[in-house]
Design a protein around this ligand. Structure first.
Ligand code: RIB
Length: 306
């Protein structure tokens, strides 16, 4: 009997400090923002919230500081029904923050100050081993120390869960981590950094995805925004077209994609249908401000893709 179920996320939790600007400014220039907001974010927390909004049973493994941001974030997760048993509150650390600028096209620039996220080490991952052993899918990113991602991925992989790695922010991926992941999901920029190759079009990105397979990835999903997503495996490739929407804020579109892809798989979709579902959910997520507020519910995502 398969007793694994739900989605486990190991990763970062940030408070996003967001300035909305007309356009990105140059070094030395002072500009006035149109608006400022704080939102809960961080790639790990975003993926947990997206999966929870899509109706999945979610466990979050990570760290926040013992400050007001940490308390606010924990409450946001608990209000969504996310299991925070393995969410540590570290009194001596600040919660991670992300300084985000969003221009009027909805594009963003992000600077992350890790704070408590830097304490998500291997020992903390091992404490959560039961969560990794029993989940149906594990979502990882690279905003927390890579040793914890390796430990979590290996436990989940050997237990038979689907392991999905978002290589963001881009940095070299250890072979052990690649070996324990079923899918690696870079966007264009991350794919270019990881391979040193041109990724500016889907056609150009194909050899780069193949190079990532040669480096040890089992399957690559290159997230390309409204252009769609390119799936490359050792035996083939498919381009799944994206949906054009009026983008207000593209922050966390990639996080929504990964959570929705995992959700699709957990709902019994094959990987092609799960990618189409993820393209749709990610498109909905960019139609509102902030990382998490415009992430769709399951009903909204299904209504959009149908
Ligand atoms: O992927 C988007 C996220 O990246 C933001 O929420 C920010 O916190 C950074 O981690």
């Amino acid at each position: 009997m398969n007793v694994r179920s739900g989605i486990c996320v190991l990763g970062s939790l940030n408070m996003d400090l967001v300035c909305q600007l007309d356009s990105f400014h140059k070094p030395g220039e002072t500009v006035t923002a149109r608006a400022f907001h704080t939102y809960t974010g961080g790639k790990g927390g975003n993926q947990a919230v997206a999966a929870a909004k899509l109706g999945q049973k979610v466990t979050m493994v990570g760290c926040v500081g013992g400050d007001a941001y940490g308390a606010e974030y924990k409450k946001v997760l608990e209000d969504l029904g996310v299991n925070t048993q393995y969410l540590s509150v570290l009194p001596e650390e600040p919660t991670g923050v992300a300084l985000i600028e969003v221009d009027k096209e909805g594009e963003n620039r992000i600077v992350v100050v890790p704070g408590a996220n830097a304490r998500v080490d291997e020992a903390r991952a091992l404490e959560a081993h039961l969560a990794f052993m029993h989940c149906g899918a594990l979502l990882l990113q690279m905003e927390t120390p890579v040793e914890s991602a390796i430990a979590a991925a290996e436990i989940a992989h050997f237990a038979g869960a689907t392991v999905i790695l978002d290589p963001a922010p881009a940095q070299p991926i250890p072979e052990r981590l690649l070996a324990a992941c079923d899918y690696v999901t870079p966007n264009e920029t991350e794919l270019a950094v990881l391979t040193g190759m041109d990724t500016s079009t889907a056609e150009a990105a194909l050899p780069a995805c193949r190079k990532l397979i040669e480096m040890g990835a089992k399957a690559v999903i290159n997230k390309r925004g409204e252009e769609g997503a390119l799936l490359v495996t050792p035996t083939g490739q498919n381009l799944f077209f994206g949906r054009r929407v009026l983008a207000v804020d593209t922050t966390a579109a990639g996080d929504t994609f990964n959570a929705a892809f995992a959700t699709g798989l957990m709902m019994g979709m094959d990987e092609h249908d799960a990618i189409c579902f993820a393209n749709g959910a990610a498109a909905v997520s960019v139609t509102g401000e902030g990382a998490q507020s415009a992430m769709p519910t399951l009903g909204e995502a299904i209504a959009f893709v149908e």
